[in-house]
Design a protein around this ligand. Structure first.
Ligand SMILES: Cc1cc2nc3c(=O)[nH]c(=O)nc-3n(C[C@H](O)[C@H](O)[C@H](O)COP(=O)(O)OP(=O)(O)OC[C@H]3O[C@@H](n4cnc5c(N)ncnc54)[C@H](O)[C@@H]3O)c2cc1C
Ligand code: SF4
Length: 488
């Protein structure tokens, strides 16, 4: 283990942030990394628990105490090997993961948990800086061809694993660049896009073929792909947005978050975008929805120069501490405050939007809300009740709908005759990622519904193992947590 008394000697420390007034002037990442000796001390805090709950908290089963110890000992290259043995893209999770491992860390029972995510990010950044991340092409090819549809984290993880197993992998992506929501959903201030490009360079050298601007189901049918490839892995995400079917939702100024954010990411990248410009400049912005997407709309609106930004959340305000019914090591549903929230948004909880009001030209001018409460009768599910007399009108000229996604698109499913599950995801068992059609697999948000990057990578890795088994009769690709610890 790190240092036996480390957790008693050192307090938790995490990276800092540039001041708000500086960082909102551009779209760059604004974290201020810990120094090497500080990271060593953070690694030293790890107790190398007999039963490391951090493992089970992490959807990838990352070998956390092992890389913590390597960092404490200053063995960064060893740490990078350990980290990559269970996670293809720690540079994504090290920046963007909500870190369920930290909520499950044993030290978190009565102290601040180990700064696992910051350690992860610094391991991979050190590895890139020192040139330790090199292409790992397979020593021989199997002659089997696999099509991966969708290039988000699930598609990329699937592709890298299957390529390393020796299969010829082609990734089809309908957008103009690779990355899925990493590129077109998540703003640059959370992750600059050169982080994706850097990894793609390595993957291309490993022999993976990327075809962008190909909409499978439209430009080429899924049935045609099925004939040309030995296996297909669907990684198309959960892209169907939830709407807000209330009066006035067709007014100019009521905008889907997933129109607003991708357009902004294209602007930052200098890529032409379709349709008229969506800007928050000088506007009274209301972001409806309190999750990651809502938070990203807040940070983006502030950088546009919005006059004000207000964020509505239908759920009550959470507690900062763990709620009573969600003890360690479970993931607690508590109040989460992002860096964007801290940039100047007013947050309003337990609120529901009733209708939008516009002017005679169809422009959004205001919206009307009510306060709500969740009422639970014994043995029943909680129901939403409006608080009488709580109507309020809010001036608003840009309402951003960040209400989540309702599941997968169905074009490919229709073409191949795939079964959907009751939540409109493509149906496949978590035990083998197989759909009802032989040779067709599904992973990531398209199988599990709207989720997290870490889950998408995990599903991509698991699915690759099962595709490899389908093609070859057996697979040496690791399943969750089966990292290969280096003996250096
Ligand atoms: C705004 C926003 C912010 C988020 N922030 C975070 C965060 O901070 N941390 C976190 O962990 N998670 C976050 N998430 C969730 C996370 O991004 C997703 O869970 C994750 O990207 C899912 O990965 P995926 O590979 O399954 O799908 P996606 O990333 O959605 O990728 C699917 C890809 O498939 C392509 N595609 C779909 N259909 C076709 C087709 N027919 N032909 C060709 N290509 C196709 C799409 O164009 C897309 O590129 C966020 C989500 C959003 C929307
Ligand atoms: S649970 Fe926390 S202290 Fe224990 S091994 Fe994992 S990171 Fe270290």
């Amino acid at each position: 283990m790190g240092k036996i008394t480390g957790f008693m000697e050192f307090d938790r420390k995490v990276e800092g942030y540039a001041p708000v007034e500086e960082r909102i002037k551009n779209y760059k990442e604004f974290t201020e990394p810990l120094k090497e000796n500080e990271l060593k001390n953070q690694g030293a805090r790890c107790m190398d628990c007999g039963i490391p709950f951090c493992h089970s908290g992490c959807p990838l089963g990352n070998l956390i105490p092992d890389f913590n110890d390597a960092v404490y000992q200053g063995k960064w290259q060893k740490a990078a090997k350990i980290l990559h043995s269970t996670n293809n893209f720690p540079e994504f999770t090290g920046r963007l993961c909500p870190a369920p491992c930290e909520e499950a860390c044993v030290l978190g029972i009565n102290e601040d948990p180990v700064s696992i995510e910051n350690i992860e990010k610094n391991i991979v950044e050190t590895a890139f800086k020192n040139g330790w991340i090199q292409p790992e092409p397979p020593s021989k090819r199997t002659g089997k061809k696999v099509a991966v549809i969708g290039s988000g984290p699930a598609g990329l993880a699937t592709a890298q694993q299957l390529n390393r197993a020796g299969h010829e992998v082609t990734v089809f992506e309908r957008d103009e660049k690779i990355g899925g929501l990493l590129r077109y959903g998540i703003p640059d201030f959370k992750m600059e896009k050169n982080v994706i490009d850097r990894r793609l360079k390595v993957m291309k050298k490993e022999g993976i073929e990327f075809k962008t601007g190909v909409h499978v189901g439209v430009d080429v049918t899924a049935t045609e792909l099925k004939q040309d490839f030995d296996a297909i892995v669907l990684c198309g995400g959960a892209t169907v947005r939830r709407g807000l079917p209330i009066p006035g939702s067709d007014l100019k100024g009521v905008v889907q978050a997933m129109d607003f954010l991708p357009q902004n990411n294209r602007k930052v990248d200098g890529i032409p975008y379709k349709g008229e410009e969506l800007t928050a400049k000088g506007k009274k912005v209301i972001v409806i929805g309190g999750g990651d997407t809502g938070s990203d709309c807040i940070g983006t609106s502030i950088r546009h120069g919005a006059a004000s930004v207000t964020n509505f959340e239908i759920m009550p305000m959470g507690t900062t501490e763990r709620p009573e019914g969600q003890p360690w090591p479970f993931w607690p549903m508590r109040l989460r405050t992002s860096t964007s929230h801290k940039e100047g948004a007013e947050r309003v909880f337990s609120i529901s939007t009733k209708h939008f009001n516009g002017d005679k030209d169809g422009n959004l001018k205001s919206l009307v809300t009510v306060q709500v409460e969740w009422v639970t009768a014994p043995g029943q599910r909680p129901i939403l009740k409006e608080v009488a007399g709580s109507e309020k009108e809010w001036d608003c000229d840009l309402a951003l709908l960040a209400l989540g996604f309702t599941g997968s698109e169905t074009t490919i499913a229709d073409q191949l005759g795939l079964e959907m599950d009751p939540r409109t995801n493509i149906k496949a068992s978590v035990s083998n990622y197989k759909t009802n059609v032989p040779g067709v697999f599904v992973a990531g948000d398209q199988r599990r519904g709207q989720s997290l990057i870490v889950w998408a990578i995990s599903e991509g890795r698991q699915a690759a193992h099962h595709v490899d088994t389908y093609l070859m009769g057996q697979s040496y690709l690791p399943l969750k947590g089966e990292g290969d610890l280096p003996r250096v």
